[in-house]
Design a protein around this ligand. Sequence first.
Ligand code: KIV
Length: 282
Amino acid sequence: MERKKITIPDLLDKKKNKKPITALTAYDFPSASIIDEAGFDMIIIGDSVAMVVLGLENTLAVTVDDMLYHSKAVARGAKHAFLVGDMPFMSYQVSVEEALRNAGRFVKEGNCDAVKLEGASGVIKQVEAIVKAGIPVMGHIGLTPQNATQLGGFKVQGKTSASAKKIINDAILLEQAGCFSVILECVPDEISKIITSKVSIPTIGIGAGADCDGQVLVTHDVLGFYKKFTPKFAKKYADISLDIKNAVEQFKKEVEDKKFPGKENTFHIDEKELKKIKNPSL
Ligand code: KIV
């Protein structure tokens, strides 16, 4: 049966019917195609690309152009999942106008269905303007990696009543500003549960417990493809790094042992044609 493209009403229906929303990150064509074929509801082209693909220390250095490059590749592979492009650091903070222009690029050039940006009260005017322009916006609160330095590092947020209340209010503020969904990152599950019951938009958790309306993880964590660090909240379902290491080592050995290329990997010229080369007088 032909699968249809996931829409915002589909995501809202899932929340209403208590059916978990499934999401993963992707940054390239092959992984996006596989995730899409697996039937995920949503793919986020996350600025985590900076760390897990580009090998940077944090997410701050990636640009809109970098993100669009990856978004385009993901969009070529994903035909059904709802695609969310992550607006990078300083692409929306400076002014409403700049935020709007950059959000537009994610849709027009990056082929995304929506954009995601971090924060709440500090960027609420930007959220409102982007939504008003017709571009769906996903919020992102709790641990917001783009200002991890201000937060004292990559730490769980909302552990005191004051900071938990702020996260709850931020979620409500984002819903009122028109966000269609909100990511809750590294938030105690009791707080995610309160937020999920208070807002009518789907909450998508990453390190935010089982009571969110959906779950997202960074694909490289799920696959064991980022060896530097795996967060406590992530679950490794494969060890792709080991599989790749074994495969490339085997290739190297077969080249050294002259076992590769085999006959089946080799092209041949017709015997008659070969003779003409070896004996030009023929
Ligand atoms: O950059 C990222 O991978 C994210 C995840 C929370 C989806 O923002």
